[in-house]
Write a protein that binds this ligand. Structure first.
Ligand code: AMP
Length: 462
């Protein structure tokens, strides 16, 4: 199938063509016609599948063709896209701009951590599409700087992560400000009970799409794990980067403190590095990402939530310096590489403290990661496991203890997500009678997840 067969306008096709895409990815081939039909959509999209264009293209198309409310003198927000993180918002907006380049549609992006005034000005200049993180959107709504009364299409991107970050209440407040009559599109990698409840509330007879089981990992990614002693992880990482001459490595640590410490250590080894996490200013985060993308630094050290949505074309290496305490985050992390058909390598450095986490991850992805001991870094067979530090500046928490709530970027007290200890997925019950079947997938087949296990680590400290 080609993009030109999907019923998109010449203006959009021209931009797609210029961007170098000819063939829609499987999710695009299904989501574009479904969204153009005008109904609601519930999509289980594996990370890196091309889901952003999967909703951006048809949203642009629908707004191009829908009659504008002539009563209002200036443009009003008609398409609203909510994302969990600033980085993802910026990236989604970049896609809106790329694909909407030859249309007359205007858009802007708003998120916290930067001044609100330029964002308010952009909104007041009149826009058709708004990409936003929930917190900043609510702030601007509270100030009366934005009206959502003309929204025709709502997209919730990475809805599972929004709930993990404690945004459910914010989302509900935003939903209450939208017109009742609208198209709703919900994208989520996993389907917890909370996501199912949200889908039930929000969606009306949605089309259901699933392109790959959400907890499966991409086959273009070679996965490997190196057993190593706790204290030897940093020398091993430096050795791997230097001996393999790696040029672009995304490294995940569990804590912000761990990320900062590792950056200092790597720099001492002459390996350029920057950290990206929730304690960094938005300017520092944007700069670190830009320098990493431009190849100015070799390593970007990230915590899970900060890295969410980072999209780097052809990123070759992802390193799990610490294993994530939520097994699903492993899938999200390694999904940063091997995107859209390119090959990637995901390496995990695993010490004795993390064996329980490794087991949970392997159960989730239904594979055993190939083990490779690196000469000179053989782990001590008599090493004893120690409690794992889940957060910076916090008493260590023993693996298997109750997981802490995910810290929200707007304050930990907003993380009131209940059921945090449930696995992210189980069989989904289809919300309100799905009426179209856009693939051979049965509604009940979303995201089969594992049973809860002893390890109940919380969302990471971003
Ligand atoms: P996403 O899942 O939206 O984050 O997209 C993952 C990657 O796939 C991004 O780097 C996109 O630029 C790329 N991509 C999206 N659609 C296509 C396509 N039709 N052909 C090739 N690459 C694509």
């Amino acid at each position: 199938m080609q993009f030109k067969e999907l019923g998109l306008s010449e203006h959009i096709l021209k931009a797609i063509n210029e961007h170098g895409y000819t063939t829609p990815t499987p999710i695009q081939a299904q989501s574009i016609p479904a969204i153009l039909n005008g109904g609601d959509l519930l999509a289980a999209a594996q990370t890196g599948t091309g889901k952003t264009a999967g909703f951006t293209l048809p949203v642009l198309q629908r707004l191009l063709t829908s009659p504008v409310n002539q009563a209002s003198r200036r443009r009003q927000v008609r398409g609203l896209i909510l994302t969990p993180t600033r980085e993802l918002a910026a990236q989604v907006h970049a896609s809106v701009q790329t694909y909407g380049k030859y249309t007359q549609l205007k858009s802007t992006v708003i998120f916290g951590g930067v001044g609100a005034n330029p964002q308010i000005k952009a909104i007041q200049s009149g826009i058709d599409i708004l990409v936003a993180t929930p917190g900043r959107l609510l702030d601007l709504m509270g100030q009366g700087a934005i009206s959502l009364q003309h929204v025709e299409i709502l997209v919730l991107d990475e809805a599972d992560r929004m709930l993990d970050m404690g945004f459910l209440r914010d989302i509900k407040k935003i939903l209450a400000a939208l017109p009742k009559q609208r198209q709703n599109l919900l994208f989520s990698a996993t389907f917890s009970a909370e996501i199912k409840a949200l889908a039930n509330d929000l969606l009306n007879s949605p089309a259901l799409i699933e392109v790959a089981r959400s907890n499966s990992t991409n086959e273009a990614i070679t996965q490997l794990m190196h057993p190593v002693d706790r204290g030897n992880k940093h020398p091993l990482l430096a050795h791997l980067i230097k001996s393999n001459n790696w040029k672009q490595v995304l490294v995940f640590t569990r804590t912000k403190h761990g990320a900062n410490k590792l950056v200092l250590q790597l720099e001492k080894d002459g390996i350029t590095a920057m950290a990206i996490h929730g304690n960094k200013s938005q300017t520092a985060r944007t700069k670190a990402l830009a320098d990493f993308k431009a190849g100015k630094i070799i390593t970007l050290v990230a915590t899970d939530i900060a890295a969410r949505g980072i999209d780097i074309d052809q990123l070759p290496h992802v390193i799990n310096y610490d294993l994530p305490n939520v097994p699903e985050d492993y899938v999200h992390r390694i999904g940063r590489t091997g995107r859209a058909g390119s090959n990637g390598i995901a390496v995990s450095l695993v010490c004795v403290d993390e064996h329980g986490m490794l087991k949970d991850i392997e159960r989730l992805i239904k594979q055993t990661l190939p083990r490779e001991v690196i000469a000179g870094f053989e782990p001590d067979p008599n090493a004893v496991a120690q409690p794992i530090q889940l957060r910076s500046q916090q008493a260590p928490q023993r693996h298997g203890q109750a997981r802490h709530n995910a810290a929200s970027p707007r304050g930990a007290n907003q993380s009131k997500r209940s059921g945090q200890n449930k696995p992210a997925s189980s069989t989904i019950t289809a919300p309100k009678k799905p009426h179209r079947k856009t693939n051979t997938q049965k509604p009940g087949h979303f995201a089969k997840g594992p049973k809860p296990t002893g390890h109940t680590g919380g969302s990471s400290n971003h």
